[in-house]
Design a protein around this ligand. Structure first.
Ligand code: SF4
Length: 66
C-alpha cells in the first residue's frame, strides 16, 4: 500500500492520527505525516478509515483505488 498525503491540502485537523494512530501522526506544524517505518500503512486496516475521516480528502491510496 502506498499512502499519499497532500500537505498543500491538509489543514491539520488531526482526524487521520485519531483514526489510525499507528500510521499517522502530526508534525510540529500540525500537519499530517507518516510515522517512520509505517509509510506503507503497516497492514493497518484503519488507514482506510483515516482516508475517509480526513475532512479535506488530503490522504489518497494511489495504487489501491479506494
Ligand atoms: S485528517 Fe486530513 S487534514 Fe487532518 S491532519 Fe490528517 S491529512 Fe491533514
Amino acid at each position: 500500500m502506498h499512502i499519499e498525503i497532500d500537505r498543500d491540502v491538509c489543514i491539520g485537523a488531526g482526524q487521520c492520527a485519531l483514526a489510525a494512530p499507528r500510521v499517522f501522526t502530526q508534525d510540529d506544524d500540525g500537519y499530517s505525516t507518516l510515522l517512520p517505518g509505517r509509510e506503507d500503512g503497516a497492514g493497518d486496516a484503519m488507514v482506510r478509515e483515516a482516508v475517509r475521516a480526513c475532512p479535506v480528502h488530503a490522504i489518497t491510496l494511489p495504487e489501491s483505488a479506494g
